[in-house]
Design a protein around this ligand. Structure first.
Ligand SMILES: [Zn+2]
Length: 96
C-alpha cells in the first residue's frame, strides 16, 4: 500500500511580494500561510530583514512618542470640530 503525505503548500514570496506585505505582517493581518511564507523568506534573504527591522523600529518610535506627546485639549477639540465630531465629554476619557 502506498501512503502519500501531503504537506500544506505554502506560497513562496520573492522580495517584492514580501515587502508589499510588510505592514500587514507587522499588524498581524495576514493568513498563517502568508506569515509562514514571509518568515521563510526573511530567514533566507539578505535584503528584506532590514526593511522589517526598520518598520519595527519606526512603529516602536511612534508608540513611544504617543505617550510622550499628548495633544492638548484645545487641539483635540479643534480636530474633532474639523472632523464634524461632537466635543468630548470629560467623563469619556482621553482616548476617544
Ligand atoms: Zn527578500
Amino acid at each position: 500500500m502506498i501512503t502519500e503525505v501531503f504537506a500544506p503548500v505554502l506560497p513562496v514570496f520573492d522580495c517584492a511580494a514580501t515587502v508589499r506585505r510588510l505592514w500587514d505582517y507587522l499588524d498581524r493581518e495576514l493568513a498563517a500561510a502568508d506569515v509562514a511564507a514571509i518568515d521563510t523568506h526573511l530567514a533566507q534573504c539578505d535584503k528584506c530583514p532590514r526593511h522589517f527591522a526598520f518598520a519595527r523600529q519606526f512603529l516602536a518610535a511612534v508608540r513611544a512618542a504617543r505617550t510622550q506627546h499628548i495633544a492638548p485639549d484645545t487641539l483635540r477639540a479643534r480636530v474633532r470640530a474639523t472632523l464634524g465630531l461632537p466635543p468630548l465629554n470629560k467623563d469619556d476619557g482621553a482616548d476617544g
